[in-house]
Structures are given as C-alpha cells and as structure tokens.
Write a protein that binds this ligand. Structure first.
Ligand code: SF4
Ligand code: SF4
Length: 180
C-alpha cells in the first residue's frame, strides 16, 4: 500500500473521534494547539510527509535529532495554532494517547507522558475515562502501523524515547524529594 493511501485510511479512521464525547478544548483552552515561543510540534510518522505536499500555509516542517531504524530521520510538523482539521497530522489525531511497544511484545496504548502538565486528560485521567470509541480507533490505527516495518520501527524508537522521558521524570522527582 502506498503511503498516501495508508495515511488517508488512518486519517479517515480517526476523522470523527475525539478523546471525550464533549470538546475537551474547553478544559484547557486548546492547550495542545497553542503556539508557544519554544518550537513544539508533532512528530510525523514515517512517510506521512506525503500528506503535506504541497505544504499548507498553516504548517512548517523541521528536521530534528530524533531518528528511528538506525538513523532514519523523523520530521517535526508545527502549525500556527490552527489547521485544516481534515489534514491534521496523525500524532494530533491520537493525542493524548501514544503507541508503546518493545520488540517482541504486544502494542500498548498509553497516555502520552509528554502531555503531562499540558493536557488535563494526560495529567489527571486514565485511559478508561476517555471515549471508548476514540481509544478503539487509536488502537486500530496503531495496530495498522505495527504491520509495516517502517511505522513499527518508528513506534519502537518512540517507545524508547518515552521510557527515557519517564526515567528522567522519575530521577527529577527523586532529586526534588531529596531537597525537601
Ligand atoms: S490539551 Fe488535552 S484536554 Fe486540551 S484540547 Fe488537547 S487533548 Fe483536549
Ligand atoms: S495541527 Fe491542528 S490539531 Fe495539530 S496542534 Fe496544530 S492546530 Fe492542533
């Protein structure tokens, strides 16, 4: 399956589902879409760049250090705080959930630790508090990604990054406790 067809399928699967059955943007004033001074954005999945050619006026692409599968580059996409909803990237569609898998182990769907402190759902809720249809569709989409080598390798590398962030968060917590 070519990449455009693949991502069109995933976009469609996640087109009309949201983390809650009500608009969660009201809880946080749309924090995950807010533009900040620091460049933040969303990782594109392997080959997803094809969906942004030509690049829409609301988007910018950046090279970043994060790589997968022995050095393949990952693109970061940023926006101006708004976008064409039909074209929003896969990472935006699944947030605040994220795929997590170690080699040889089953895919898990987790709350994204990177959303803690930003997203009220990722900070204070459990996955079971989210709309089950949203969780189901995200799980289906990420299982489709696990079927292909490049998207699977991307998920493995992303999972390693999430582990690093979790360990750093834990180490900081221990240091802060020591200071008390
Ligand atoms: S930050 Fe979380 S609660 Fe706020 S709009 Fe984004 S997903 Fe919803
Ligand atoms: S691309 Fe759209 S959904 Fe994603 S952060 Fe920007 S405004 Fe939000």
């Amino acid at each position: 399956m070519n990449k455009k067809t693949f991502y069109k399928k995933l976009y469609k699967l996640l087109e009309n589902v949201t983390p809650l059955t009500v608009d969660c943007g009201g809880l946080c004033d749309g924090a995950c879409c807010a533009v900040t001074e620091e460049i933040t954005g969303m990782y594109l999945f392997p080959g997803e760049k094809v969906m942004f050619n030509p690049l829409p006026v609301w988007a910018e692409l950046y090279d970043i250090d994060f790589t997968y599968d022995n050095g393949k580059e990952v693109d970061l996409i940023t926006c101006i705080g708004t976008c064409d909803r039909k074209l929003r990237p896969l990472s935006c569609r699944i947030f605040p959930l994220v795929p997590y898998a170690k080699r040889g182990e089953k895919l898990q769907i987790l709350m994204d630790i990177r959303g803690r402190g930003l997203c009220p759902l990722a900070t204070a809720m459990k996955i079971t508090d989210l709309d089950p249809l949203f969780v189901k569709r995200v799980t289906m989409a990420m299982n489709m990604c696990m079927k292909f080598r490049d998207t699977r390798e991307f998920i493995y590398s992303l999972s390693e990054l999430l582990d690093e962030i979790k360990n750093q968060t834990y180490e900081k917590f221990v240091k802060d406790i020591d200071k008390l």
